[in-house]
Design a protein around this ligand. Structure first.
Ligand code: MG
Length: 433
């Protein structure tokens, strides 16, 4: 019998099929067998976790595949309690194609409609996996995640330094040193907190109606910080969703002369009408979003013009493609996006890939100034913020890899470190794509 190679055999087979199926089918089939490009075929084999505590509590996620490619993700803030969910989602995903990120996301999201899939821990768990799937997709296809999300509209992503509250005391030398440090690091924007449960002018430990004395202290703190940074430096102020609407209005009004970049969460985001009332009462820009999930969470906030700026946290609100969709929704209302971010360089870089592709990006948070040793050694690539900017790399995937020796220093005691999931490897999955 004459030797026939695989391609010849396929083509001869296709010729006979052509007679039945016609020319368009033939063209498509020939394209399939003759193109030099072949989409890689991968299957998810396991999803593993590691829990750390640095600025709050974070869960790192690794999605393993049958071809050795491992994707990494990170979830935060609502991460407490995500590990059993992530393991359960991992069992659902076993055997599936990790490159079909939207399909994997939607299966898990819609299968949890009665299990809390609208917000909170459920969405945060899903978020950690979603980010890891993008890392796999980029590594498998040899492109950076920003390319998969639509391609860059900017090369550098502006980062602001969240310096917290403790040191921003008027006249205090430590506070001055902190502000100097932030400026020397090259940042052009920062955020401070003005909610203070220990304020001496507080009369009640439960109710958060601020007294005149408390409000005076808040304004003095911001004025002091604003003066030291100077007028060209952008300053944001966070109230951490603790106060009532009347306090929010008073503070926003008194801060107007200080020309803030934004006032964050004067009230919780759960009552959109209350947030809108504050926004309508002041020229101080109002921001919220770190406690809002998925597009559906942001829809009414935007429709009612309740905020000037949204701050989705891409390590909890649904992930990178969901973040892009939320940003696009905001763009239709001409609302800019300033992603909330308190994670390691892995989560920060994941956020930066999205920030690089959305036209309406404003700036991205960074919150590890008190953990600089961990920050600078968490990934093998070292420091990722250069003079207040992140440049998302063109390396495949997220472009950063965990340095485990450093990360394990922050491991939550008694928790597993990327250990294989019991019963993973196909059982419980819904089959491939
Ligand atoms: Mg905040």
């Amino acid at each position: 019998m004459r030797h026939t190679d695989r391609r010849t055999l396929l083509k001869s087979g296709l010729m006979s099929v052509a007679g039945i199926a016609g020319l368009p089918s033939l063209a498509a089939a020939v394209q399939e067998v003759s193109t030099p490009y072949k989409r890689p075929r991968l299957k998810i084999t396991d999803v593993r976790t590691a829990e750390v505590r640095v600025h709050g509590y974070q869960v790192h996620v690794r999605v393993h595949t049958d071809q050795g490619i491992v994707g990494q993700g990170e979830c935060t803030d609502a991460a407490m309690g995500t590990v059993p969910l992530i393991r359960s989602f991992g069992r659902q995903l076993a055997g599936q194609d990790p490159l079909n990120v939207e399909a994997a996301f939607e299966r898990i999201r819609t299968s949890g409609v009665f299990a809390g899939a609208q917000a909170g821990v459920y969405v945060t768990a899903l978020t950690g996996i979603e980010i890891a799937l993008w890392d796999i997709a980029g590594k498998a296809l040899g492109v950076p995640v920003h390319q998969l999300l639509g391609g860059k509209v900017r090369n550098r992503v502006r980062v602001y330094c969240d310096s917290g509250a403790r040191e921003m005391i008027p006249g205090d030398e430590q506070s001055k040193a902190r502000i100097q440090q932030i400026q020397q690091l090259g940042f052009t924007a920062a955020k401070i907190d003005i909610d203070d449960a220990a304020d001496p002018a507080r009369f009640d430990r439960v109710n958060w109606t601020a007294s005149t004395g408390e409000i005076d202290h808040m304004i003095a703190k911001v004025a002091f910080t604003r003066e030291l940074y100077g007028k060209t430096f952008d300053l944001a102020v966070d109230m951490h969703a603790r106060y009532d609407a009347g306090t929010g209005k008073r503070v926003a009004k008194e801060l107007e002369p200080l020309k803030l970049m934004w006032l964050e969460e004067p009230v919780p985001a759960e009552n959109i009408d209350a947030m809108r009332d504050i926004r309508e009462s002041t020229s101080t820009p109002i921001q919220c979003g770190e406690n809002v999930y998925l597009r559906w969470g942001f829809r009414e906030l935007l429709e009612k013009r309740a905020v000037d700026i949204i701050a989705p946290d891409l390590q909890k609100c649904g992930g990178l493609l969901e973040g892009r969709k939320i940003a696009d929704l905001a763009h239709t209302y001409y609302v800019p996006v300033a992603p909330h971010a308190v994670t390691s360089p892995i989560g920060m870089m994941a956020t930066a890939h999205v920030a690089a592709v959305i036209p309406n990006f404003l700036c991205q948070e960074w919150h590890w100034i008190d953990d600089l040793d961990l920050w600078r050694n968490w990934v093998k690539e070292g420091e990722i913020i250069e003079k207040g900017f992140i440049t998302p790399p063109d390396r495949p995937g997220l472009g950063v890899e965990m340095n485990e020796e450093t990360a394990r220093k922050a491991q939550v005691p008694g928790t597993p470190w990327f250990e294989p999931t019991p019963q993973a490897g196909g059982r419980g999955g819904r089959g491939g794509d």
